[in-house]
Design a binder for this molecule. Structure first.
Ligand SMILES: C[S@@+](CC[C@H](N)C(=O)[O-])C[C@H]1O[C@@H](n2cnc3c(N)ncnc32)[C@H](O)[C@@H]1O
Length: 259
């Protein structure tokens, strides 16, 4: 038994196919793998390392998500403190919209344990590939939908906008009823910037190699019809163009093309 350590890895979006070589090695070498993944990846992990335990059993329907997250952190830290080399394996990128992984790493490091995160393929990486969005072209805005709504978030309609967890706006639990008020409020926030006919894209990356990704394109005014699916992301393409700052470009010695 070692002195206790924590590796946090992601298994990507497409089951098993996107696990990196280094993540696989961490899973194999661990004294205990704690996983929160799709079922195909879960079975693969269990075959790779029989010392594996699902974090799903810590989820309780109807409970606020935050309570489950804290219970998950407690389970991960308990195993590290027992002196085990723990590998926490999460669906997607383990550092993208995952409270428990960041909190566990912070705690483990504060207590002097070796703790690190490996990157992986996230839903936004899949979206860039499937929808042809390049975050390097005029940037990219990315927000959790409820957070976007409940803060005075400043956004720029000339830059692509990605809204995560759009199917579960205003839901602090697990897949309650679709929140109509939340959708209406999101519509009210976006309408002045984009107008009712602006086309938005509801996106679902393929979870299995043989399946296609799914997109539904519709005018913004129909936003209230978004299904209550926790595994979809809204992409709002830019409207208009961002204005070049020719003064700054000149000071950089650059000549911008005429519009
Ligand atoms: C708690 S976050 C987890 C994100 C995950 N860690 C990642 O790296 O993509 C869940 C949100 O990720 C997005 N998401 C997860 N799976 C997706 C998929 N297959 N297609 C599109 N979006 C997805 C959705 O916005 C969903 O509400």
């Amino acid at each position: 038994m070692s002195g206790g350590s924590l590796d946090v890895v992601g298994t990507g979006i497409r089951a098993v196919a996107q696990v990196t070589a280094e993540a696989r090695r961490r899973i194999e070498a661990a004294d205990l793998v704690l996983y929160a993944t799709d079922t195909v990846t879960a079975r693969w992990i269990e075959r790779l390392n029989p010392r594996a335990e699902s974090l799903d059993r810590l989820y309780a329907p109807g409970e606020p998500r935050r309570v489950t997250y804290e219970r998950t952190v407690a389970r991960i830290l308990e195993a590290v403190r027992q002196g085990r080399r723990v590998c926490a394996a999460y669906y997607g990128h383990p550092g993208v919209f995952v409270y428990a992984t960041h909190a566990s790493l912070r705690l483990a490091r504060a207590e002097g344990y070796s703790a690190r995160m490996l990157p992986a393929v996230s839903a936004s990486d899949s979206l860039f590939a499937d929808l042809g969005v390049d975050p390097g072209h005029r940037g990219c805005q990315s927000h959790e939908a409820t957070d976007f709504l409940s803060h005075h978030t400043v956004f720029d309609p000339a830059v692509p906008l990605i809204l995560w967890q759009v199917g579960i706006i205003g839901d602090w639990g697990y897949g309650g009823r679709p929140n109509r008020t939340g959708r209406r409020m999101l519509l009210e926030k976006l309408l002045p910037a984009y107008g009712p006919e602006h086309e938005v894209v509801l996106y679902q990356a393929a979870q299995y190699a043989a399946c296609p990704f799914l997109v539904a394109r519709f005018p913004l005014r129909r936003l209230e019809a978004v299904p209550g699916d926790p595994y979809c992301t809204l992409c709002v393409p830019p409207t208009g163009t961002s204005r070049p700052d020719r003064g700054v470009a000149a000071r950089l010695g650059l000549t911008l093309p005429e519009e």
